[in-house]
Design a protein around this ligand. Structure first.
Ligand code: IPE
Ligand code: IPE
Ligand code: MG
Length: 256
């Protein structure tokens, strides 16, 4: 792709911020991120792990803005897994408080920018105040037409697939669905990501090369990008690096 054709395809809104190596036409539509390494970031600085989480929240705020400015349709982030309840209570409580604080502080601005917020996972297990804020955020932003921002809290891919199986089995039992109607599409309709296209690019920071129960169904054909950079240090340049790597990939989906 030449510089000239890049200039022709770039929109005035996103072209100034993208590095020239990136083709704005071939950005992933949906980026998913496992935001990992906050604890290590803090520990290496002799600080409590909670400071790492607070700093990590700032990184997320910045990158959501970048994705929105660059015209990426959807950003899905893993904020708290079903397994993360096993962490020390102090850390769990701090994280719940941080999610509440972020929502309180950022919701109005996100709404003005047209961000459409959704949450993935079993929200009934969240503290009452957080649950209320989550519902408010979904309701307030439901008609927005900007970036789709999915936050996975108390999310587990296995739990989500299990829940889908239960709902489908109940429908079959009631007779409202037949076994032959159980298809990949109907299963997808019962996942909490229903109605959204699968992520094109999945990024995990901090050097771990595993999914840790994130979007097990949805990531079947997603391009994976792993980096040693810790989430707190994963800035705009790092994201552009990941996008550039994505643009080098050949997505075949089983074809030749
Ligand atoms: C990711 O950072 C944030 C959450 C899981 C909530 P970690 O807290 O997992 O940080 P590390 O992996 O221990 O460094
Ligand atoms: C995955 O990170 C969950 C989130 C980033 C929210 P973890 O730090 O919990 O994953 P493991 O324990 O290293 O697999
Ligand atoms: Mg971790």
């Amino acid at each position: 792709m030449t510089q000239t054709s890049l200039r022709q395809t770039a929109t005035p809104q996103n072209s100034p911020q993208l590095i020239p190596a990136l083709n704005p036409q071939f950005l992933p539509k949906h980026v998913a991120i496992i935001m990992d390494g906050n604890g290590r970031w803090a520990t290496r600085r002799n600080m409590p792990r909670t400071i790492g989480h607070s700093q990590g929240a700032r990184t997320l705020k910045d990158l959501l803005r970048c994705c929105s400015d660059w015209g990426i349709d959807a950003l899905t982030v893993y904020a708290f897994s079903t397994e993360n309840w096993q962490r020390p209570l102090d850390e769990v409580n701090f994280l719940m408080m941080l999610f509440e604080r972020m929502l309180q502080q950022e919701l109005a601005e996100m709404h003005i920018k047209g961000v459409k917020i959704n949450f993935l996972g079993d929200l009934t297990a969240l503290p009452v105040t957080l649950n209320k804020l989550v519902k408010q955020a979904i309701e307030l932003t439901q008609h927005n037409r900007g970036i789709q921002f999915n936050v996975a809290i108390n999310y587990g891919g296995r739990a989500d697939i299990t829940k889908a199986c239960q709902a489908i089995s109940q429908a079959v039992q009631r007779g409202t669905m037949q076994v032959k109607d159980i298809t990949e599409e109907s299963i997808e309709q019962h996942l909490c990501t229903r109605g959204q296209p699968a992520p094109d690019l999945m990024i995990r920071t901090s050097g771990e090369m595993r999914l840790s129960n994130f979007l097990l169904w949805e990531l079947a054909y997603t391009e994976m990008y792993f980096t040693d950079t810790l989430w707190v240090d994963f800035d705009k340049q790092e994201l552009q690096k990941a996008l550039a790597v994505y643009q080098q990939r050949k997505r075949r989906f089983g074809r030749l």
